[in-house]
Design a protein around this ligand. Structure first.
Ligand SMILES: Cc1cc2nc3c(=O)[nH]c(=O)nc-3n(C[C@H](O)[C@H](O)[C@H](O)COP(=O)(O)OP(=O)(O)OC[C@H]3O[C@@H](n4cnc5c(N)ncnc54)[C@H](O)[C@@H]3O)c2cc1C
Ligand code: SF4
Length: 559
């Protein structure tokens, strides 16, 4: 079916990129259509946290909404990095082979994208991490600097309701955060103390989790299960913030269960049509004056590559072979240990405390690229009895029961996320021999962790082990890292923004260098990742800035 009623703007995907554009552009009064491959979740009825069996379920994703991916050959593991193998004291090594294994690209399909399941961290990038090429000769410089993005960070923080500390000596802010920071939880005070003994400083984290009622949403109840979906809606995921406001404006139409299969590149350097398959299996086309692709850093390059035609033989935006290149993943480490005292460590938000001391790109001696440390018992799922029984407490029967009673609430967990830099061997292409349910080639993820990344991980692992012991932890019982597993929640870089059209896919306003009505607004456009800052707030700031540009161009008749 060819839809004759055109929209001003067609947005593909409704995560932080697409959902924020939908809000900003509908608030300007444009007629916006959002096409989303996944469903709309209802926090009141779909999430499981008020059910007795809550721990058996992760986010209630339904199998057919999962993306399907292929992977290139993973690298061989080397004995010199054995200290970075993932293990558990009951199960031994998680990866029993001598080759890196695949845990996956962790993401969510649905209105709100991966913020449905995210931990709520709302970080700004630091300015020196945006100039990695000119400072260190790696990755690429952002074509904009922090000051250009700053006002848009402020807007995003107001909409989602960020709670955090007022003073951030690294990241200048022109407006205070809307909400006060969450207090450090009782158990996290031990970890903060441990870091202090190493001469390091943990501070309150900035999170899109309400510390007070805000914008008709209640404050948090500290149930420590943000990754299972927040039934109270105090977590500022995109579905309950930007997308809700977009729909409430009356200018935004949303179609769920609609997988976009192709963009039609036309003869006048414009995208003339968007083709999608709806929930009944029908193929439809729709057009808009502007098309915004926001499918995330794995699906966005896939969609562009699937859209080849005679006007765009390698897919729109791929004139210089840049689409899919420069893939950057999550480089992370997490260690968990048992403290002797009862700490109630199953309570709190995902991560109320964070250490930025080694976040600068040159902070770790002899290594390019920084990292950050944070509390992570909730993200590691060590907040419920089933996980304790399977991962923390050994043995069977009565002894096991008694040990469970003694151990519950005593786990302390710290994680690190590090800078990820692009590499010749990290990219996305189309799988030659794997197709999705619609018969289209799936995205194939090529990942590689080089020695510099492993040295960042090594520094993280050593520091976390020391900090846990300094916190009073007697035994570390589990560690998990991305040396022996590909396991990514933050993905970036596959449609880089830049000033040079031969080395990037979009310009400084996220507009395709060639296809004048095509914009890409998601984590694909990041030229570098930062030293472990969580990306959603930066994606949202970029989306608000791009939307303002689209509106300005439209008013001048240049779109
Ligand atoms: C467990 C977990 C914890 C995280 N914690 C944090 C955190 O604390 N803070 C933070 O900032 N970030 C966090 N992240 C990462 C963050 O969620 C992502 O970086 C962010 O959501 C990426 O936004 P995006 O707009 O690029 O893409 P996505 O959020 O992936 O959204 C893309 C959307 O496009 C849709 N789509 C894809 N292809 C198509 C198609 N062909 N047609 C139609 N629709 C399509 C998808 O269904 C999806 O809804 C976390 C992620 C996970 C998985
Ligand atoms: S900790 Fe707070 S934000 Fe997270 S799921 Fe529970 S109530 Fe929601």
């Amino acid at each position: 079916m060819n839809e004759l009623t055109d929209f001003d703007i067609v947005i593909i995907g409704s995560g932080p990129g697409g959902g924020t554009c939908a809000w900003a552009l509908s608030s300007y009064g444009y007629r916006v259509l959002v096409l989303e491959a996944g469903p709309a979740y209802d926090p009141h009825t779909d999430y499981m946290l008020d059910k007795p069996e809550w721990e058996q379920f992760k986010f209630p994703d339904r199998a057919h909404y999962k993306g399907h991916y292929a992977y290139g050959m993973m690298q061989k593991l080397e004995s010199r990095w054995d200290k970075l193998r993932s293990w558990n004291h009951i199960h031994g090594r998680f990866n029993k082979t001598d080759r890196r294994d695949i845990s996956g690209y962790h993401h969510m399909r649905g209105i709100g994208g991966s913020t449905l399941t995210f931990s709520g961290e709302a970080h700004r990038l630091r300015s020196d991490s945006m100039k990695m090429k000119s400072r260190f000769g790696v990755a690429a410089d952002w074509p904009i600097d922090y000051r250009e993005l700053e006002p848009y960070y402020c807007i995003a923080e107001q909409v989602i309701g960020v709670a955090g500390p007022d003073n951030d000596p690294i990241r200048f802010r022109s407006k205070p955060l809307p909400l006060p920071a969450h207090q450090h939880s009782y158990s996290n005070m031990r970890i903060i103390d441990g870091f202090r003994k190493l001469g390091m400083n943990m501070v309150q984290n900035s999170v899109a989790i309400l510390s007070k009622p805000y914008d008709n949403r209640p404050d948090c109840n500290y149930c420590a299960n943000c990754n299972r979906g927040c039934p109270r809606q105090d977590k500022g995921s995109v579905d309950v913030t930007f997308m809700k406001k977009a729909v409430d404006s009356g200018f935004c139409t949303v179609r769920t269960d609609c997988q976009v299969t192709r963009l039609e590149a036309g003869s006048y350097d414009t995208i003339s049509e968007v083709q999608y398959v709806d929930n009944k299996g029908n193929t439809n086309t729709v057009s808009g004056k502007v098309v915004i692709v926001s499918c995330g850093a794995v699906e966005t390059p896939r969609l562009l590559m699937l859209s080849e035609n005679r006007h765009a033989p390698d897919g729109p935006g791929n004139e210089y072979g840049q689409v899919g290149r420069h893939f950057m993943e999550t480089v992370s480490w997490v260690s968990s240990g048992l403290h002797p005292e009862p700490l109630g460590s199953f309570r709190g938000i995902s991560s109320d405390s964070i250490c930025w001391d080694y976040n600068a790109p040159d902070a770790i001696t002899g290594v390019i690229g920084g990292c950050r440390f944070a509390i992570a018992a909730s993200e590691a799922e060590l907040v419920g009895p089933i996980n304790y029984a399977q991962r923390v407490v050994k043995g069977w029967g009565r002894a096991h029961k008694e040990a469970m009673r003694r151990s519950f609430g005593k786990v302390l967990t710290v994680s690190s996320i590090c800078e990820s830099l692009p590499h010749d061997q990290t990219f996305i292409d189309l799988a030659p021999d794997e197709k999705d349910s619609l018969g289209q080639p799936v995205a194939r993820i090529h990942s590689y962790v080089d020695d510099m990344a492993l040295r960042r991980l090594e520094f993280s692992a050593d520091t976390i082990r020391e900090a846990l012991h300094a916190s009073g932890v007697e035994e570390i019982f589990e560690e998990y890292g991305t040396y022996d597993f590909f396991s990514s929640t933050h993905v970036f870089g596959t449609c880089r923004m830049g000033d040079d059209h031969r080395e990037s896919v979009v310009d400084r306003f996220c507009r395709s260098h060639r296809w004048k009505n095509l914009f890409i607004v998601d984590a694909s456009v990041f030229p570098s990742t930062g030293g472990g800052e969580s990306p959603s707030l930066t994606i949202e700031a970029l989306a608000i800035r791009t939307s303002e540009y689209i509106s300005d161009m439209a008013k001048k008749g240049e779109l």
